[in-house]
Design a protein around this ligand. Structure first.
Ligand SMILES: NC(=O)c1ccc[n+]([C@@H]2O[C@H](COP(=O)([O-])OP(=O)(O)OC[C@H]3O[C@@H](n4cnc5c(N)ncnc54)[C@H](OP(=O)(O)O)[C@@H]3O)[C@@H](O)[C@H]2O)c1
Length: 339
């Protein structure tokens, strides 16, 4: 019962640092905590000074649990070290997209599909940030009314791209305001005072879609165990520092009033309803940033469908969209005696 664990966090960027902060905040039973990145240095996290070590294959010796939040892709931390760490006995929760769709890897949002953790083989994936906040809303609606189809447009903050993107927005705002031309490195267009429907790279599997949109489609189907759910996504980057928003339209199998949906969402774990449009009350990024819940508002019947609803969804993409969800998976593993 009182066991403590040797924990490693891989990545000391926006998500890695937030993971450390949340592990401490929620009193995860830690015996030792290692922070790993590409190079050794000191970092202040949650007001405390931590030594960051360079990640090597030997870094995972005697580590019970590793939360990976390094860059995705070929040279990223997960592809380089995760499978090896698992082979050495470390349980890995990976935050990136490298393993999410592999059949032997549970893709988990604890409020939605925690039972799939029972089938883990040492590697568990944390879904994409936009997917997490959407399934937190879709799952209770599916349970109460059944889902026929889903259409979503996102408004995604720059923190979702990592710390370089946050710096790019800061620098471009300063440059524009002082009449200079802003340099652009991270994004395909200027992000200050602009929006663009382009997140990720063009997909081969879904012609015309970018990969972030495909992640939302495929990951949602996997998490909700609805492999044929008709779903379409348009993902848009907006000049917001933190907090993703989504305009979600659902067509339901059983008709439901907006108030019935509101009641279902009020009772859903991890979801908060902020819905008083007559007073201008609905969730906005500057208010929900730093909070754990997924917030919903503007819940209304959609006249374009026989039984449709429109819902505005907002969440802190670094907390529930990434670090918090990963820590909640770890907590759930403890509850289910799987760690
Ligand atoms: N931001 C979000 O909202 C969000 C949501 C869901 C998922 N994710 C995913 O979470 C991951 C981290 O995102 P982030 O926003 O924290 O990015 P970030 O701020 O750019 O930080 C990336 C971190 O990864 C480390 N890293 C890169 N390659 C590495 C390697 N080969 N070995 C060890 N460490 C390595 C970097 O080390 P150095 O510090 O030494 O450079 C850095 O600390 C990404 O895969 C991202 O797609 C992010």
């Amino acid at each position: 019962m009182n066991r403590k664990y040797n924990v490693a966090v891989v990545g000391a960027g926006l998500v890695g640092k937030k993971m450390v902060e949340i592990l401490l905040e929620r009193n995860f039973p830690i015996a030792s905590l290692k922070i790993l990145a590409t190079r050794q240095r000191q970092e202040i996290i949650a007001g405390r000074n931590f030594s960051v070590e360079e990640t090597t294959p030997g870094s995972f010796k005697d580590v019970h649990l590793a939360l990976f939040a390094g860059t995705e892709g070929e040279k990223g931390a997960s592809k380089t070290f995760a499978r090896q760490a698992v082979a050495g006995g470390t349980l890995v929760i990976d935050n990136g997209s490298d393993f999410r769709m592999e059949p032997d890897v549970p893709l988990v949002v604890p409020e939605v599909n925690k039972e799939t953790l029972q089938q883990h083989h040492g590697l568990i994936a944390n879904p994409n940030c936009s997917t997490i906040q959407m399934v937190m809303v879709l799952a209770p609606l599916e349970q109460a009314f059944g889902l026929k189809r889903v259409i979503v447009s996102t408004y995604q903050a720059v923190s979702g791209t990592g710390r370089e993107a946050v710096e790019e927005l800061q620098n471009q705002i300063q440059a524009y305001c002082s009449g200079r031309t802003a340099a652009r490195r991270v994004y395909p267009h200027p992000i200050a005072f602009n929006v663009f429907p382009h997140i990720g790279s063009l997909s081969e599997e879904f012609p015309g879609y970018y990969t972030e949109e495909v992640k939302m489609i495929r990951e949602t189907r996997k998490i909700m165990n609805l492999p044929d759910l008709p779903i379409s996504a348009t993902c848009v980057r907006v000049p917001v520092f933190n907090g993703h928003c989504e305009s979600l339209t659902v067509e339901l199998k059983k008709p439901a009033t907006a108030e019935a949906a509101r009641q279902v969402l009020r009772e859903a774990p991890g979801v908060s309803v902020l819905d008083a449009p007559e007073k201008g009350v609905y969730p906005v990024p500057v208010e929900i940033s730093g909070k754990d819940d997924v917030f919903v508002g503007r819940i209304r019947s959609n006249p374009a469908f026989e039984s449709g609803l429109d819902i505005w969804v907002a969440a802190d993409n670094i907390r529930k969209g990434a670090a918090l969800n990963a820590v909640q998976i770890a907590e759930e593993l403890l509850r289910q005696n799987l760690l």
